[in-house]
Write a protein that binds this ligand. Sequence first.
Ligand code: UDX
Length: 434
Amino acid sequence: MKIAMVGAGYVGLVSGACFADFGHDVVCIDTDPSKIERLNAGEMPIYEPGLDELVQRNVRANRLSFTTGLAEGISGAGAIFIAVGTPSRRGDGHADLSFVHAAAAEIGKNLDHPAVIVTKSTVPVGTGDEVERILRESGTDVHFAVASNPEFLREGAAIGDFKRPDRIVIGTDDEWARGVMREVYRPLFLNRSPIVFSSRRSAEIIKYAANAFLATKITFINEIADLCEKVGGDVQDVARGIGLDNRIGPKFLHPGPGFGGSCFPKDTLALLKTAEDNDAPLRIVESVAKVNESRKRAMGRKVIDVLGEAPRGKRVALLGLTFKPNTDDMRDAPSIAIAQALIDAGVEVTAYDPEGMELARPLMPEVAMLPNAYEAIEGADAIVIVTEWDAFRALDLGRVRELVRAPVLVDLRNIYEPEELRGAGFTYISVGRP
Ligand code: UDX
């Protein structure tokens, strides 16, 4: 089947390349000519493990192409996905739907054959109805249906998540559209990936409810970690002890500096706006958003406390800046608030991140970015592991001790064993452990 993907950002590009790899004929369309030019030259606009190879392989096989021309791109496509951005609207936290609406209008103007229009962008409940209205009003007289098909990709693991999903959610009551979507996902059907068919509105809610629930799980364990610190427990043992209960499950119980990224912070806020507008307050999610926001800066204070009476003029090295490993994404990364708290306290901050420094630089201009972990920690009064990149899991502790001014390690991701670090002569502080 021919598939058109409107929006060649993170979701559009990964989904488009994976659909092509399944054997579909995919065209990715984007209004940004420089992005399309780069993609046509084989350059990836984002860092995602395995993506460049996947794209190149499918381009070579003539199953994947890139264009700025929407009319040409959607021509003959049985499924047209809308995968444009839905950033937080400035000022109020509502999802900004202007790109989705513009894409729908443009599709409506150019649609000359029956097709299913599928929203893959994360959009508030009711957006499918609005997309349908825009398409109708654009004057197209061909048969079409609008379905919702949210994505659950994690950055850094997006290709694996796409090809081996926990489930696929397809929201439409239209039988013909369900058939088209079955065809789109046929390879995953054959793999017995569970497919959930629901109404369009339910599918739109599933996406936000999933993200809000996961954000809640993380925030819950973060608060339990704080309690463990106060009363002398070990949150790792607590997480294991509760996670082995099948009803709870072990995932997303890793305490840390708070969640960041392109989804959880923005989607929890957007969900809260929808809840408020519909007079159905989500008090748990409200608390999650608040607690997480204050946690990021609190982590800065945790580091400052370790520096003793006079933090001013001391030096702290941040290892890892991105919101999580295996991405260059800095959106809502806890490192931003941590660096700012340190700088506000007069601390000198150095940093190293394997992929994120280019995007981090403008967000924290006072921080000195260094070319590797060891140069970053030279002369430091404390090292802080902010992001759990594999490269930081086995630092040469002897070498580290020689380079730093004081052997103090604040491990905000609990990637080291306390005994090992203390045995190596470090003052070791982690999250929720004695
Ligand atoms: C998330 C969802 O997992 C995905 O399904 C959705 O489509 C997009 O949002 P992503 O933002 O890429 O994906 O990253 P994820 O791995 O979920 O981590 C999000 C944040 O939570 C990171 O800052 C991470 O460090 C933090 N986190 C995650 C924890 O602090 N503890 C955990 O146990 C898990």
